[in-house]
Structures are given as structure tokens and as C-alpha cells.
Design a protein around this ligand. Structure first.
Ligand code: V47
Ligand code: SF4
Length: 368
């Protein structure tokens, strides 16, 4: 411990570092101090200690694919490059049969998860989406279905006239296994008003996740960072999630999503750089001391940057994805979202970590 503390050169960071070394929770003020004053080498050291406690030197990934059912969306989030209103010539939607045939195209492949997320289609309720889940589950019972952000769930459940609890129980009975983290953005009401005024409230996002956890449906949480928010908004966001996780322990992973600027109405803000991404990953790893995993979503960040982030607290690169998502390509990510198992393992090894193929609940399937 003495030799580690000697590597923390800034005097005001030393007391926070001592807390982290001895597994104590840091306060919002201390989180803010790390964001604004800790050096990157200090953050690398501190976040790696926390990472190691949770996950050793494993870097997780899974074999997965996405289905994006529609880009039609009721809402108009200013950062979104994906959505189109109903009736727009560039809008599209897939039928149940088309989505089922995507699932069938993976019949001979060793994927373990389908991730289904898209726009909030105005016409469809819980029964329509429950029907889709049921067909997929019937076709391939072992495929884990991680589907629908809290924003889509909010709309489909209300449209059917169900309570959150009734709606989620219904979806679970039809085969929903877990919920992805999308839609959290930034919980602070002032920032939310600027970037996604019409979207489901933070309270409702948290209620949906809490109810899901109590029904045995685990989930992820996200943050959209690098636009108009300040560090204290990121801390407030994580504090709300940390408190919920203390109550339920239902979150698997926290996924920081960097704002990408192409083709949306916030482009003038530009993007934060890799150094800021690494600072953010490190602080999230330290702050969320009850989240087992921090995911570096490589289609959003780029594969090498995601690999470097493994030394700044992250432990999961999501999956192989097989070029099945457009959300980040449309927002300016310049890589095709597709990696083979061999490719992702090579990347992880080059970064100095042990590739661990996982299932959706982070059970290790195979160490590569
Ligand atoms: O909520 C949209 C984000 C999210 C942009 O749970 C953008 O495993 C950056 O939540 N720049 C949806 N981000 C995707 C999502 C997700 C992704 C991967 C894995 C998981 C998981 C969840 O994408 C939205 C929003 O925060 N987003 N537009 C943009 N221009
Ligand atoms: Fe719709 Fe989601 Fe885009 Fe917002 S981020 S406009 S809810 S697709």
C-alpha cells in the first residue's frame, strides 16, 4: 500500500486513493475531484485496482447479433442520427417474419444472445412486441433475448394499459431475458431538457429497471457523455444508479456511451477526445463500486480505443455483433461493427488481458 500511495503524486488525491485502496466507497465530492484533478496515470492505477478486484485480468466478450426492428420513432432526441418520423421516405420497419428470418440465419452459428433495440414505433404495443419475443424464443429457446430500452418499454406498456409490473411480467412470460441500458442519457432534468426533452423521465427509467430487477430480469445502464453536460451531472447520474443497485443488485454492466456527432442536430458541439474517454471510464469504474462490469462498447468508441480502455477500468467489450447495428455508423463511427471471435481475442491479448467468452449473465463459456 505504501508503495502504491507513493505513485499518487497529487496531495489532494491521496486521501481518496487511500479509500479506494482499502475498498471504501467514495463520495460524490470525491468523484468530482477525480474527474477534475486526478492525472491519467493516477486514474489508470486506481481504476485498475478496482477492476482487478471484480474481474482479475479477464476481458469479457460474447457472440451476439442485433436486430433493429424500426427507425420510426415518436421522439426526436437531438443527439440521435438514427430515427425518422412515420411517413418519412427514409423510414423503415421489419415485420415479425423478417426479424424471425434474421434469427434463423444464425441457426448454424454459435451466437448466444440477440440484442433487440430500435425507435419507439407509435403503432405497436406490448402485445405486438411480446409476440415477436415469443416467436424467437419458440424458434431457439437457448438464445438469450436482451430487448427494448426502458424508453421503448415505457411506451409499449402504457399503450397496452398495463402497469410497469404487469407489462414486464408479461414480457418475461413470453421470453424476455434481460433489458439493455439505452435511454438513460443524462438524468439531470436541465440537461435532459436540452438534449431529449420528450423522453421518458429519469424516475420512470429507474422505476422500470428496479421493477425488472425485482421480477428477476437483469439489466444494464448507460450514460451518454461528452456533449453539454458537466462532470457534476455525470456524478449525479451515477449516484442515482449506485443507490438503485444497492437496493436490487440487478444491474450487470454500466456502459458509458460517447456522444458521436455525425448527422444530428448537436454536431456543432464536436466530440470529446480519447483522453477524456479514458478519464471517464476510470472514474465510472471507481464510482460504481457495486456494478460488476464496465463495458467499453467498441462500435461506438473504435476497437483499439476500447482495448486501451481495459487499462482504465473496463472489463467487457460487448460482442462480435456481425455488422447488425446501424446506430453508431449513422452517428459517425468509422468501423464496420463486425469482429470474429479470433479478432476480438487477438485485440484483448494485444492489450495484455485474458479473453473470456461469456454468456449474457457473465458466466464464462470459454477462456481463449
Ligand atoms: O440510448 C444514440 C445512444 C443508446 C447517439 O445494454 C448515441 O448492452 C452516441 O443503449 N452518439 C442506445 N450515442 C444503445 C444502447 C446500448 C448499446 C450497446 C450495448 C447496450 C447494452 C446498450 O445509444 C441511446 C443513446 O444513449 N445514442 N445516438 C449518438 N449520436
Ligand atoms: Fe427515438 Fe431512441 Fe433516437 Fe431518441 S435516441 S429519437 S428515443 S430512436
Amino acid at each position: 500500500m505504501e508503495s502504491l500511495i507513493s505513485r499518487i503524486t497529487k496531495k489532494n488525491i491521496k486521501p481518496v486513493a487511500e479509500k479506494i485502496f482499502s475498498s471504501q466507497r467514495i463520495t460524490p465530492e470525491e468523484g468530482l475531484l477525480l474527474y477534475s484533478e486526478a492525472s491519467l496515470p493516477e486514474l489508470a492505477l486506481l481504476s485498475s485496482i478496482v477492476r482487478r478486484r471484480f474481474n482479475g485480468d479477464y476481458a469479457f466478450f460474447n457472440n451476439n447479433f442485433h436486430i433493429e426492428p424500426t427507425n420510426k420513432c415518436l421522439y426526436n432526441c437531438r443527439f440521435c442520427s438514427y430515427h425518422k418520423p412515420e411517413g418519412d421516405p427514409e423510414s423503415w420497419e421489419l415485420s415479425h417474419e423478417e426479424m424471425l428470418s434474421i434469427v434463423k440465419s444464425y441457426d448454424s452459428k454459435s451466437v448466444t444472445e440477440v440484442h433487440i433495440v430500435g425507435g419507439v414505433h407509435p403503432a405497436y404495443d406490448l402485445h405486438y412486441w411480446g409476440g415477436l419475443i415469443e416467436k424467437i424464443k419458440k424458434h431457439r429457446p437457448s438464445l438469450h433475448i436482451k430487448a427494448f430500452s426502458a424508453i421503448e418499454l415505457d411506451y409499449m406498456i402504457r399503450k397496452a394499459g398495463y402497469s410497469v409490473r404487469e407489462g414486464l411480467s408479461e414480457l418475461k412470460s413470453r421470453g424476455l431475458d434481460s433489458i439493455p441500458g439505452g435511454g438513460a442519457e443524462i438524468f439531470d432534468p436541465e440537461v435532459r431538457k436540452i438534449i431529449c426533452n420528450e423522453k421518458t423521465s429519469p424516475e420512470y427509467y429507474l422505476e422500470i429497471h428496479e421493477t425488472a430487477h425485482r421480477l428477476g430480469i437483469s439489466s444494464n445502464a448507460t450514460i451518454l457523455y461528452g456533449h453539454v453536460e458537466k462532470y457534476h451531472h455525470r456524478i449525479d447520474h451515477m449516484e442515482r444508479l449506485r443507490q438503485l443497485q444497492d437496493r436490487t443488485h440487478g444491474f450487470n454492466a454500466f456502459i458509458p456511451l460517447k456522444y458521436r456527432k455525425a448527422n444530428n442536430s448537436m454536431s456543432f458541439l464536436g466530440e470529446v477526445n480519447l483522453l477524456e474517454d479514458l478519464r471517464n471510464y476510470a472514474v465510472t469504474r471507481i464510482y460504481l463500486d457495486n456494478f460488476p462490469h464496465i463495458k467499453a462498447y467498441w462500435p461506438m468508441l473504435g476497437r483499439e480505443a476500447a482495448a486501451v480502455s481495459l487499462a482504465f477500468g473496463t472489463d467487457d467489450l460487448d460482442g462480435t455483433i456481425d455488422d447488425t447495428t446501424k446506430i453508431y455508423t449513422l452517428a459517425g463511427a468509422d468501423e464496420k461493427p463486425m469482429m470474429t471471435t479470433e479478432g476480438i481475442c487477438r485485440l484483448i491479448r494485444e492489450a495484455g488481458f485474458q479473453p473470456a467468452e461469456r454468456d449474457s449473465l457473465y458466466n464464462v463459456i470459454r477462456l481463449w
